[in-house]
Design a protein. Structure first.
Length: 692
């Protein structure tokens, strides 16, 4: 028996991007474990990825190309050859190109976070073709824009410093489920005497293990940050030296937040006045004592109408108290911009036609698939190629998404590992390799290591890497540029710009051997200012926002749908709903892994006892959750984890694996955030009724 150990990387949409060690016995991957030498992974994996071989060798893996033989959505297919599949797709694309290449839309996101199997060869192909561009907004767009307006780039506190913090605000996230290795650091900080506070409408697994849980109303995070700033300024809990040297617009900010008294803040957020005062004072007084104070900000709280502004407001807080002076202080939303990714080499935007194609927002795919051609919209979308995504399950307002994909005149190609909800609507399904079967290179958004993924096993069946599928399509289309012939290793070797001092030692061959390499960065990114904004400062006042038609100062933008902001709608649908990730799923990945689904059980709705009693609902009852957009059903758990007026449906289930063939996105909407064009998944009002 031949046994080897291969260095790999978790590819999924998680900030941890774990370093993996894959045990291979006679060509079969038998175990996946965390690399104990990698400082962030530290030998620990989540329950999902520790079972990765179960996913790779799953009995339902797609192993051969298939064509549809039933109605769209039925999921009936027949096996075909790769030649037939590629010829069919190329013929359709050739026809589309003759009409208008913008009628073709790629649809992808973070099914893999790899820079090679994500948007390299695929982007080159669609750029050369002249297809519609996709605005990939569905996760982090609003918060990323708000953060960059304020601090200049998605840069922040290194995860390896958090165990040295004395106060950690975990704002809008549940890291036990979605950021395990940060949680390990936070737990170490707690053991060393740090205070942990969770700010979240829902008492999540994480909130239960913090010293305090502040259960504000959904969509009011921006107001809480304004109220905190009011108290910090009114009580002079400030670092005046840091403000004077490294911030812009303090006097304007002071005037703005003077309106946000603790009383107004508490009313807006559904909190007690004392909660607002205590939080702000603890934050400011800890810094005054010279203690490192940090915020771990996550994406949940930016999936509302004012989500971008909410992130901006919170991002102002560390500069007010000088928290950036400490390596273990500051804030982390994302570290994505720490990496000098060479997008031009990876994606080749120079291949685009002279007239830049239109851009389609992936968060409005339901409406856009149902649009006819018009001068404003352009040509009707008649071909969609889906890879690294499952829009029928994950995109908002799912009834419209499914209706769009059900169009008989729409030609859909899906590259997948499994026959997902979206694959059921495909005309052609192509089997893609998993992370154990191909080469890739990764940046991360939760730590600061460049990561290499080596192929541990040969592709199963006739599965091919995304890159190879698009190479073959490029050849069918007659594209003869040299970039379409580059190997995955050649692409990976170009992923980071070695002219940038952060990656000056990057070498692909060496990285493959080691598996990971940390960027060359200071421990405290903004200890001496140097923000990558136009002013070089943390911009409390941001002229770029004014240029973009936004308020240049922190403000509060109320939700589209809440009892306070839309009382007429709330008379019909009086309950706010959020749908954060279930612990055993990652977006819609892993839902079909039986052991994980068994652990998760079935779709549940958490509901406060007051709200359940008012509707005659008891624990274990099935309920219908509905609004004007749609409805789904779930089993009710009566619990005070959900604050009164809030219901929580942990997600995202494959629709066809849910009890009623539906999931929480039946009731979410396609209205977009204040900036970044992001979705408003948590800006939702519903009614709940008991099912007989």
């Amino acid at each position: 028996m031949t046994i080897s150990q291969v260095r790999a990387v978790c590819p999924h949409d998680c900030p941890d991007t774990c370093a993996l060690l894959v045990t291979v016995e006679d060509g079969v991957a038998t175990a996946v474990r965390g690399d104990p030498e990698h400082p962030t992974t530290a030998g620990v994996l989540c329950t999902k990825v520790s079972r990765y071989t179960e996913r790779t060798y799953h009995q339902d893996r797609l192993l051969y190309p298939m064509k549809r033989v039933g109605k769209k959505g039925e999921g009936k297919f027949a096996r075909i050859s790769w030649d037939e599949a590629l010829d069919t797709i190329a013929a359709r694309l050739t026809s589309a190109a003759a009409h208008d290449p913008q009628s073709v839309l790629p649809y992808s996101y973070a099914g893999t976070m790899g820079l090679v199997q994500g948007e390299s060869m695929a982007a080159r192909f669609f750029n050369k073709f002249g297809a519609s561009l996709l605005d990939r907004t569905i996760c982090a767009a609003a918060g990323g824009v708000g953060y960059k307006y304020t601090l200049g780039a998605r840069i922040g506190t290194d995860i390896e410093q958090f165990q040295n913090s004395k106060l950690i605000l975990i704002w809008g996230g549940n890291p036990i489920a979605s950021n395990l290795h940060f949680w390990m650091r936070a737990q170490e900080a707690k053991r060393r005497g740090a205070t942990l506070i969770a700010i979240d409408p829902y008492r999540s697994l994480t909130a239960e293990k913090c010293h305090q849980h502040i259960a504000l109303l959904p969509g009011t995070d921006a107001a809480l940050a304004l109220g905190m700033m009011h108290v910090l300024i009114a009580e002079d809990l400030l670092d005046h030296d840091y403000i004077a040297r490294h911030t812009l617009g303090f006097e304007q900010l002071k005037q703005r937040v003077s309106e946000w008294t603790p009383e107004r803040t508490a009313t807006t957020c559904g909190l007690a006045v004392e909660q607002v005062l205590q939080l702000a004072r603890l934050y400011g007084e800890s810094a005054q004592r010279g203690e490192p104070v940090a915020i771990r900000l996550n994406y949940g709280m930016q999936r509302v109408r004012g989500g971008g502004m909410a992130v901006r407001n919170i991002a102002c807080l560390p500069a007010l108290i000088g928290a950036w002076r400490h390596a273990a202080g500051g804030i982390q939303l994302s570290l994505s911009d720490s990496f000098p990714k060479n997008h031009a080499a990876l994606q080749r935007p120079d291949l685009l036609p002279t007239a830049t194609p239109r851009t389609i927002n992936m968060s409005t795919i339901g409406d856009d698939l149902l649009r006819d051609a018009s001068p404003e919209f352009g040509p009707k979308i008649d071909t969609v190629i889906v890879y690294n995504s499952n829009p029928v399950a994950v995109a908002p307002e799912s009834p419209k998404v499914a209706q769009g994909f059900a169009r008989e005149d729409l030609f859909t190609v899906v590259l997948e590992h499994f026959q997902t909800d979206t694959a059921d609507y495909a005309d052609i399904v192509l089997p893609a390799t998993t992370q154990l079967e191909h080469v890739d290179i990764h940046s991360t958004y939760g730590h600061l290591y460049m990561m290499a993924n080596n192929a541990a096993i040969a592709p199963l069946g006739e599965a091919k890497p995304n890159t190879e599928i698009f190479r073959l399509l490029a050849a069918r289309m007659g594209y003869d540029e040299a970039c379409f012939k580059e190997s995955d290793d050649q692409i990976a070797a170009q992923a980071f710009d070695r002219r940038d001092q952060k990656a000056v030692h990057f070498d692909w061959d060496s990285l493959k051997q080691k598996g990971w390499q940390k960027l060359n960065l200071p421990d405290a990114p903004f200890a001496d200012g140097g923000f990558p904004t136009p002013s070089g400062k943390c911009e409390f006042y941001c002229a770029r926002m004014q240029d973009d038609g936004l308020d240049p100062l922190p403000t509060y933008i109320a939700p589209y749908e809440s009892v306070a902001s839309n009382p007429a709608l709330a008379k019909q649908y009086p309950l706010a709903m959020i749908s954060p990730p279930a612990r055993n799923f990652l977006n819609s990945s892993f839902v079909n892994v039986q052991s994980l689904r068994d652990t998760e059980g079935e779709p549940h709705l958490d509901m406060h006892p007051q709200d359940a009693a008012a509707r005659g609902i008891s624990a274990g009852d099935r309920a219908r959750i509905y609004n004007r957009r749609g409805a789904f059903s779930a089993k009710v758990r009566v619990t005070d984890k959900a604050r009164p007026g809030l219901v929580v449906g942990l997600s995202v289930w494959w629709k066809k694996l849910a009890t009623d063939g539906k999931n929480a996105n039946e009731v979410t909407g396609q209205r977009l955030t204040d900036m970044g064009g992001g979705p408003t998944f948590y800006d939702v009002l519903v009614q709940v009724e008991k099912l007989n």
